[in-house]
Design a protein around this ligand. Structure first.
Ligand code: HEC
Ligand code: HEC
Length: 347
């Protein structure tokens, strides 16, 4: 049922969407892990075959808005063992996780603001490529792959790489485990949570457990999805309408408004000169708080990022009014962490 309703959501814009976005859709269909129902839906949209299969709306009961939209609300954090969670939180800001004792995960991923800090693109993540803008840690657990290149499938594997990467913690899991084992208090806490002294699996599990809790539910957009029709203003809804009808939604959808497929950047016009050319589409959750934008941090403002997206990914030159409507919509995607709104990092 839900799938069919998704199609109705696209109905008005279908012809426009299919005509303008054939290259984008071809890219999407190439993406791995694109859910089969979505492929089917897009094919229907592209071929116009959906026209016959769209049902009429039942009038008997109201349908939650979320069931009809291609974006789903951010869930609450998953249930977790409180001891593992607390241990993971402590480790996340423990500088013993870096080689020189200067950096913690939290040095770059500041969870008291936006989960990225200033997101300044100084980090050479694999030593050879251009530096990558720091991704926010918020809602990372909800994306299908991790990092700009989508090169990790699990938080544990990503954490191990963060520890061992010369540009991040520049240490090794063995060294960190040895340092933690030298601290009786840490050994006590690991024993309490995992029934054993710190080892590779428990270290990575504690970090991942904490990272899974870093979700930001309760954005105004999610309130609207849950049925609170007063949560969004007319201007914001207009922005969401443009987001769908122009086809931004073809790449940025699902629970993270992105984060669920690979795409070429710079389809119609160059976007970011630095490699890679194909990236995991970034999530737009909390995007109003995470300037600068793009994998090299080259767009300073959300307005600039939106305008460039229109030109580079959709071959559209957006009017000022369309840009501000889109930005108004994107601002409704800011959620809450531990009951406080996610906020931009201080300059
Ligand atoms: C020196 C800054 C720095 C430190 C320290 C750091 N990170 Fe990161 N983090 C980054 C950058 C830059 C990226 C993007 C890298 C990429 O795309 O290749 C990133 C990406 C991530 C992602 C992927 C987010 C997503 O949406 O895909 C996760 C998860 C993450 N880091 C966790 C950690 C953990 C856990 C630690 C501590 C063990 C850590 N980071 C330490 C800079 C840092
Ligand atoms: C064909 C797929 C595609 C379409 C269509 C698309 N985007 Fe994107 N979007 C991407 C990719 C890929 C990136 C990352 C580019 C990079 O940094 O290399 C991105 C990045 C962004 C960013 C920056 C996010 C960040 O954290 O740096 C914003 C904002 C954004 N898109 C908004 C939009 C809007 C608004 C539209 C519609 C006007 C749109 N996108 C259409 C694929 C797409």
């Amino acid at each position: 049922m839900m799938r069919l309703w998704l199609l109705t959501g696209y109905r008005r814009s279908r012809a426009d969407f299919a005509a303008a976005h054939a290259p984008a859709m071809a890219g999407m269909l190439r993406a791995r892990r694109w859910p089969p129902w979505a492929c089917a839906a897009l094919l229907l949209i592209a071929t116009g075959a959906a026209t016959q299969s769209i049902p009429t709306a039942p009038t008997s009961r109201p349908i939650p808005i979320a069931d009809q939209e291609p974006i789903t609300p951010t869930p609450e954090p998953p249930a977790a063992d409180p001891l593992k969670l607390a241990l993971g939180e402590r480790l996340f800001s423990d500088t013993r996780l870096s080689n020189d004792g200067k950096l913690a995960c939290s040095s770059c991923h500041d969870i008291s603001t936006n989960g990225t800090g200033r997101r300044y693109a100084t980090v050479r993540h694999d030593g050879s490529n251009a530096p990558f803008d720091t991704l926010t840690i918020f809602n990372a657990a909800l994306s299908f792959r991790l990092n700009w290149e989508g090169n990790f499938r699990t938080l544990e594997a990503q954490a191990e790489s963060s520890l061992e990467n010369p540009a991040n913690m520049a240490t090794s899991v063995e060294d960190v485990v040895a340092r933690l084992n030298a601290d009786p208090e840490m050994v006590r806490q690991f024993r309490a949570a995992y029934d054993r002294a710190p080892d590779r699996a428990s270290l990575l599990d504690a970090l991942a457990t904490f990272e899974k809790s870093l979700v930001t539910p309760g954005s105004r957009f999610d309130l609207w999805l849950a049925g609170d029709t007063s949560a969004l203003s007319a201007a914001e809804l207009r922005g969401y309408g443009i987001f769908k009808s122009f086809g931004c939604i073809s790449c940025h959808q699902g629970v993270n408004v992105g984060g669920n497929l690979f795409q070429r950047q710079g389809i119609f016009r160059p976007l970011v000169h630095a490699k890679p050319d194909v990236v995991r589409v970034p999530s737009l959750r909390n995007v109003a708080t995470t300037a600068p934008y793009f994998h090299d941090g080259s767009a300073a403002t959300l307005e600039e990022a939106v305008r460039k997206m229109g030109a580079a990914q959709l071959d559209r030159s957006l009017t000022d009014e369309q840009v501000s409507s889109l930005v108004a919509f994107l601002q409704t995607l800011t959620g809450n962490y531990r009951g406080e709104p996610v906020k931009g990092a201080p300059p």
